[in-house]
Write a protein that binds this ligand. Structure first.
Ligand SMILES: [Zn+2]
Length: 69
């Protein structure tokens, strides 16, 4: 199985999901899923996912620009 670098914890993992061409390892997934908004780590992961989302939208915009010449 392929080993990838986790986007949030920067460790390599073979158990991961791909989100917007970035990888999130299983332990980070579990952390994200178990977080409550009051928890200390919540905003950290929230920001990471927000960055992913913004990069994804940016790449969509860029692709459209390329497609339209
Ligand atoms: Zn991770």
């Amino acid at each position: 199985m392929r080993e990838v670098l986790c986007f949030t914890c920067r460790k390599t993992s073979t158990d991961y999901i791909e989100l917007f061409e970035k990888y999130i390892c299983e332990s980070c997934q579990n952390q994200i899923l178990s977080l409550n908004p009051e928890d200390y780590g919540y905003s950290y992961f929230h920001n990471k996912v927000k960055i992913l989302w913004e990069e994804y939208l940016e790449s969509l915009v860029k692709n459209q620009v390329i497609n339209h010449g």
